[in-house]
Design a binder for this molecule. Structure first.
Ligand code: PEP
Ligand code: MG
Length: 580
């Protein structure tokens, strides 16, 4: 009898192979008190462990073949950088000296403090950067505890194996991929972790959150892994094997079709060009933007520059960073979103923020925070304006909720322009200023924003959270998160209509834009600019290229007028399964 385990599919594709289990066990850390005369030796032991961790990561990096793409090796560099960060190097050392505790305990205390800050973040993507902290800290803990990092190297490689592990770091994933594995599944980890992003980027089928891997599975078991549906089947019978072999063939066909699309423009059957842009978080993400041949960047989340540091980056550092992205984009437009941090994110570069409110998602977040702290905001405005002299840059303001707020921002931008003029510093006087529509009030009043702005971009991640009153990072209410809720669709429609009425472009940059299940619906609603993770692009493009807006618009109109949730879901499915 075959056994089926489920998890979260994070990288689609079907793999059939033998199980290779990597067991490392959990890390148990005990507190002990170090005699005063041995404290400096304990500090030295801790710093040695960091040096060894650094050596290990460098050695992994060297073993990765030279032709590996830069965005893949960049994950390892991120971890190497963390090993130089004061939060990991200095704070535990201070703790050992101040409290006389052992190195493992000091590191655990620091890990718990950092993780707590990550847990409170509004942004699901940033929140999962906690995984990186854990990966780096676990590496150091294993060195301190001498438990080893687990058996990743197998003589003769792991050709065709499906690797099963408690968790895998990005570095380990790259190493395993180069040993020839065909898929991976882990007990822990989330869909937005770097390991997940990496698996998708190298097209390695993967499932995370599979509970019971160690209990139910043994080395050598025959497995089927379905990365789309998050399923792991143990000891499949012949019928199942045959079914999944067919799925593999279909998947291979789909992949080769999508790969061929990169150089094809996104145009509907009735010849309407659709703009497909990318969302990026790190300058390294640009590589994927270029590879997927996107038309530019529709959302550059600048928060990253402010993280993992005590002081915010100054104007010059921000300017240099934007310049690097502009150069890499080689003439394609770059939409830089101003800082979107919340009162809960007091860590790192935004250290001067006000007190944390009881409900950070409704508190001093994004533009509210920036207007409250011009010392944080104005250097970024100047950096973006200066960058606009060097290439096609647009500026985008997150989380606007009223036009008074917007007017304040526009005044600050005007002041920054005047100051740059006085200092004889270049900027684009016609730089486009846009607003993210992600608060229901802003969607309802979209025409007032459209009159004052050069473009709008719908942030569905937040728009859905605020419209349906569900915390987007609270797993307990995840089931209510519904892009097809009639209220959400009505708001989206209002924003698109307001943009059309004012004659300005409207984009969508939330996750909904990168989900091919909603592409036809959005086309039918009049959306012509989509911004998404580059890995979703060709799939969305393939839907666009097989759709006709002329056909979709009246169908979608009729569907939205009905307004009942169940009808909408059925209607969207019907639209998706029809010819165009
Ligand atoms: C959104 O809210 O849809 C969005 C794109 O912004 P973020 O996910 O960064 O909040
Ligand atoms: Mg948002």
């Amino acid at each position: 009898m075959s056994l089926e385990l489920t998890g979260i599919g994070i990288s689609r594709g079907v793999a059939i192979g033998r199980a290779h289990i990597i067991v490392r066990g959990s890390i148990e850390v005990q507190e002990s008190i170090i005699a005063e005369r041995l404290i400096e030796a304990e500090v030295a032991r801790y710093l040695d462990a960091i040096a060894i961790a650094r050596m290990q990561l460098r050695s992994i990096r060297e073993r990765i073949p030279k032709e590996t793409r830069v965005d893949i090796t960049a994950f390892i560099d991120t971890h190497l950088l963390m090993l130089d960060d004061a939060t990991i190097v200095n704070t535990p050392v201070d703790l050992i000296r101040e409290t006389g505790c052992n190195a493992e305990w000091a590191l655990k205390q620091q890990r718990d403090a950092v993780v707590e800050v990550f847990e409170q973040m509004d942004d699901a993507y940033l929140r999962t950067r906690r995984d990186d902290v854990d990966h780096v800290i676990n590496r150091i803990q294993r060195i301190l505890l001498s438990t080893g990092q687990g058996d990743l190297h197998v003589e003769g490689g792991l050709h065709g194996a499906i690797v099963l592990a408690d968790d895998l770091t990005p570095a380990e994933t790259v190493l395993l991929q180069h040993q020839g594995i065909c898929a991976l599944a882990t007990e822990y980890g989330g869909p937005l972790s770097h390991t997940a992003i990496l698996a998708r980027s190298v097209q390695l089928p993967a499932v995370v959150g599979v509970h019971g891997i160690q209990r139910y599975l043994q080395d050598g078991d025959t497995l089927i892994l379905d990365g789309l549906h998050g399923v792991l089947i143990v000891d499949p019978d012949d019928n199942l094997l045959e079914h999944y072999r067919q799925r593999q063939a279909q998947e291979a066909h789909r992949r080769s079709e999508l790969a061929g699309l990169a150089q094809t423009p996104a145009v509907t059957l009735d010849r309407r060009p659709i703009s497909l842009m990318a969302n990026i978080e790190l300058p390294e993400d640009i590589e994927a933007v270029v590879r997927e041949n996107t038309q530019g960047v529709g959302l550059y989340r600048t928060e990253f520059l402010f993280m993992n540091r005590r002081e915010p980056p100054d104007e010059e550092e921000q300017y240099r960073c934007y310049l690097g992205v502009i150069e890499a984009l080689n003439g394609k437009p770059l939409t830089i979103r101003t800082l979107d941090m919340g009162a809960d994110k007091q860590v790192d570069g935004a250290g001067k923020l006000g007190p944390c409110g009881g409900n950070p998602a409704l508190g001093l977040r994004a533009i509210r925070l920036c207007l409250k702290d011009p010392g944080l905001f104005c250097p970024q405005l100047r950096a973006i304006l200066r960058a606009s002299a060097q290439g096609p840059v647009r500026m985008m303001i997150p989380m606007l909720s009223n036009t008074h707020e917007l007017q304040q921002v526009l005044n600050l931008i005007e002041e920054a322009k005047q100051a740059l003029l006085r200092q004889d510093m270049a900027y684009d006087p016609h730089i486009a200023i846009g607003g993210m529509i992600e608060v229901p009030a802003a969607a309802l009043a979209a025409s007032a924003f459209a009159r004052r702005l050069d473009f709008l971009s719908i942030g569905t991640n937040d728009l859905i959270q605020y419209t349906l009153a569900i915390d987007r990072v609270d797993d307990e209410v995840n089931y209510l998160y519904d892009p097809l809720h009639p209220a959400v669709l009505r708001l989206i429609r209002m924003v698109i209509d307001a943009g059309q009425h004012a004659g300005i472009p409207v984009a969508m940059c939330g996750e909904m834009a990168g989900d091919p299940r909603y592409t036809r619906l959005l086309l039918g609603m009049g959306l012509t600019e989509f911004s998404m993770h580059p890995s979703a692009l060709q799939e969305v493009k393939s839907v666009i290229n097989q759709s006709s807006i002329e056909t979709l618009a009246p169908r979608v109109d009729a569907l939205l007028q009905g307004g009942e949730a169940d009808q909408i879901l059925a209607g969207v499915e019907a639209i998706n399964s029809s010819l165009h």
